[in-house]
Design a protein around this ligand. Sequence first.
Ligand code: MLT
Ligand code: MN
Length: 312
Amino acid sequence: MLVKVLGAGAGGGFPQWNCNGHQSAAVRAGKPGFRSRTQSSLAVSANGRDWALLNASPDLRQQIAATRELWPPFDGPKRASPIKAAVLTNGDVDHIIGLINLREAQAFSIYASDRVLATINANSVFNVLNADLVPRRVMKLGTPVRLEGAGVDLGIVVEPFAVPGKVALYLEDQTAGDTGNYGSREGDTIGLKVSDPTTGKHFFYIPGCAEVDGPLAARLNGAPLVFFDGTLYTDNEMIEQGLLHKTGKRMGHISISGADGSIAAFEPLGVKRRIYVHINNSNPVLDDNSDAYRAATAAGWEVGYDGMEVRL
Ligand code: MLT
Ligand code: MN
């Protein structure tokens, strides 16, 4: 399998359009140690020809333009795309809006939980994707599905599973409040185990996660590769930087550092390769010269970047 990081940024990307925080300003100014990141998406292929998107970001058009593998093949018909499927892990704006870029009467399949598909079904703008060409397939949690799109078997099996998290911001039920996790339900935030059944190779993709609880730790134990939620380094960094009065916990995102952070949570798990994705513009790991970057990499983590490739 070949995995490409199309976008390693979180919602808003890096720099974020309206953000004048010190890091967004630094990347805009071309300061050494900073590189821009588009919004959160991976692409995966088992045969090098047919590709599945894992999430479809608002930056998808730019991501396709930057990724030769996703261009129409040079010897192909007048309308063609290697993108045969899009698998969604939640209803975040940064994960679903790219579907709109895939209009123009091209066949592919959308895979998502019933909860996320309900959101897409409730928003008529997604009907630009003609259901005859673009079927919407419900993924059942815990049930592996072999990806198919445009009549092509991608040779990739995806197993979706629930992870701790929160429903997308625009779907929050304020009446449910904090104790009701703003109306979040199972299926609002999922992780994916992505496998090539021919080689037996696999990896995990979990771009949004509030906590590494017992079941998740057990699932990831000894995994060869995990792409994981790297939204924030510390829970209150957005407040401290004067950007937004919200903690990571309030947004449903675990932090990288701290006693209940992801570095500590993964420490006993023996995951061979650990890569942060969905990295928010406030996160100091986006500065290659920061203590945070040094601490994360010293703990065995890699900080994902656009164009990063992993073969397995
Ligand atoms: C998130 O991951 O928490 C969301 O993408 C935030 C947002 O909608 O900007
Ligand atoms: Mn997001």
